[in-house]
Design a protein around this ligand. Structure first.
Ligand code: AMP
Length: 579
């Protein structure tokens, strides 16, 4: 396939913000793709060349792209850079400069999707001496043959900033429309409510389940093209991360019981770091964001090898850090330093070791056990985990149908310093990636929001060189919408174990453009924000604003932007607060 065909789909997608329209455009395009091309075209549609779970990234810095544009267009690097500062989008800069050059030379050749894909993949794997020049060469080779619009999307893909707005749900629905469910788009546009049709919902669920197992839309699309039975065959694989099951929140113990049924399993809610541990030929530890953090937690690898009796498995739990001197459990902020650590890992593992609290099992000796009822999965865990306090233990659990007992358990949890408790349905399966309510959480702490940083300001005076005053946004179906500006003070940040320096270093690589002191930031970093109150406000895109917002902690490690608080949740909090 010619790259031009894919590019015309990109620009159609970019031209609309309507989710149904995007789904339609995508599904019509998917129908045309051959089985051979499906894998890499589906990656490229998401602006990627690897599945989301794969840690390989294109990872090219803006200055390398500037150099490549300069070579392909014959312009000075300074010119390219100035244009970038003016427009804030290197893709558009490449497009404009190539358009000007093309007028002069009338020269262009067709590039294939495969060629673009291959060069981009090579960018990700090129390392070591001479790699910068090789990377510049790979990009400028593409740009030299590219038509202006092609250049726009090549550059944006290289920078991991495609901006055509294909959210996970849109991709899933497009695959369903293309291969699994006959939709009449004209009728859908007339507001016929697809989502209310039972047969449609079932097919979407199958597609979503398949995705939750493999985290790879190319795999899902290829299977869907064959048929629904193929899709159902996508199973867990040891060594490949899966989405964790999540629990919605219930406001009272009564509501929690109602949701999961009686009797229920009640467990402490640990404030640590979610870990899915795989053991096959080796041990792999994944976060709920599918990142591999095995190297950062050598002690957990040891506990797994020494204390879990099975050849292969996937177990789910929470790593809770404690101070090795005082033996006291530490809040999440402390252990979060361990996740980012690249050096001195053994040293920090000695100072701040992790106790792994295991609460579920998904796979055991060659077989998926997610469809077994929870109480059987728990029994299985009991039979294979040899508990060792401060190393590896099963989560503390009681089974009860009694609200008084549940209240006592909750009080006990609070007294021991936990945030709250989890309620789990004892007969339910494990649903990767879902918040269906087979488990729910109950806590009394104040509500906070997990918001995406989309802008900031360079500080002045004492704060110069730091990014301050963060514009934050909540999630919507099609992207993000701003909801406030957080101007936290230095002391307050320090009280939460953070600093401007740290925040600045996190945000800097994601700067898209700068105008004076204002910078725009690509959605990538999620901060937990506390506030006094949510108010209606025309100032921000969401229609809401936060009173006295403050940064509590960095949530990026556990919450991708997909997991940030969404507008529905903000609205729900707003309603609750009025009561
Ligand atoms: P929250 O982070 O407030 O949305 O709470 C949900 C998180 O609680 C899950 O993602 C888990 O990481 C964590 N969690 C803590 N203890 C448990 C437990 N016993 N069972 C399941 N999840 C737990």
């Amino acid at each position: 396939m010619k790259y031009e065909e894919l590019v015309s789909v990109y620009s159609e997608l970019e031209a609309t913000s309507k989710r149904l329209e995007k789904t339609h455009i995508l599904s019509e395009f998917l129908k045309k793709i051959s089985k051979e091309d499906m894998e890499f075209i589906v990656y490229l549609l998401q602006g990627k060349v690897f599945p989301v779970w794969d840690e390989s990234k294109i990872g090219v810095a803006a200055r390398i792209v500037i150099k490549a544009i300069s070579i392909a267009t014959g312009r000075k690097s300074d010119t390219v850079e100035n244009e970038w500062k003016r427009t804030g989008d290197l893709g558009l800069v490449a497009e404009n400069l190539i358009a000007k050059k093309k007028q002069a030379t009338l020269f262009s050749t067709d590039i294939t999707v495969k060629k673009v894909f291959n060069n981009l993949r090579k960018l990700a794997t090129t390392e070591g001496t001479g790699s910068v020049d090789q990377k510049i060469g790979l990009i400028s080779e593409l740009l030299t043959s590219a038509k202006p619009l092609e250049a726009r999307y090549i550059v944006r893909t290289v920078l991991d900033d495609l901006r055509v707005g294909v959210a996970t749900g849109t991709m899933r629905d497009a695959i369903v429309w293309a291969f699994l469910y006959n939709t009449d788009y004209d009728k859908i546009e007339k507001k016929m409510d697809l989502d209310k049709r039972e047969d449609y919902k079932k097919v979407v669920e199958v597609a979503q389940n398949a995705y939750n197992m493999c985290n790879d839309f190319s795999m899902v699309a290829i299977a869907a093209k064959v048929g629904i039975s193929s899709l159902k065959k996508i199973k867990l694989q040891v060594g490949r991360p899966v989405q964790v099951m999540l629990g919605p929140k219930e406001p009272t113990i009564e509501a929690a019981f109602k949701r999961v049924g009686k009797p229920a399993a009640l467990e402490y809610k640990y404030d640590g770091f979610r870990m899915l541990v795989h053991k096959g030929k080796r041990v792999d530890i994944f976060t709920r964001r599918l990142e591999n953090v095995t190297k950062q937690f050598p002690e957990v690898v040891r506990y797994i090898n020494e204390n879990v009796k099975a050849h292969s498995f996937i177990i789910d739990g929470e790593g809770v850090g404690f101070d090795a001197k005082t033996n006291k459990y530490q809040p999440f902020q402390q252990i979060s330093q361990r996740i980012r650590r690249k050096y001195g890992i053994d040293e920090i593992a000695r100072k701040l070791p992790v106790e792994f609290n295991v609460f579920d099992i998904l796979y055991y000796d060659g077989k998926s056990v997610i469809d077994e009822p929870f109480r059987r999965r728990r029994k299985l865990l009991q039979s294979i985990v040899k508990e060792a306090p401060k190393k590896i233990v099963l989560s503390t659990q009681i089974i009860t149908d009694d609200e008084t007992k549940a209240t006592e358990f909750f009080d006990e949890a609070k007294k021991k310093g936990f945030e709250g408790i989890m309620f789990k349905a004892i007969d339910s399966p494990y649903k990767p990636g879902s918040r269906v309510g087979h488990m729910v959480k109950y806590k009394t702490a104040m509500e906070t929001l997990d918001l995406v940083v989309v802008g900031a300001e360079w500080g002045e005076g004492k704060r110069s060189g730091w990014l301050t005053s963060f514009t934050v946004a909540c999630k919507t179906d099609d992207g993000v919408m701003t909801i406030g500006k957080v101007g936290t003070g230095i002391k307050e940040l320090e009280a939460e174990g953070l600093s401007f320096n740290e925040l600045t270093n996190m945000l800097k690589p994601h700067i898209i453009s700068e105008k004076g002191r204002e910078v725009k930031i690509r959605p990538a970093i999620v901060l937990e924000i506390k506030f006094e109150e949510i108010q209606k406000s025309p100032t921000y895109e969401s229609g809401y604003a936060l009173r006295f917002p403050r940064v509590v902690r960095d949530r990026t490690m556990e919450r991708g932007i997909d997991d940030a608080s969404d507008l529905d949740y903000v609205e729900e909090l707003f309603r609750q607060q009025k009561k």
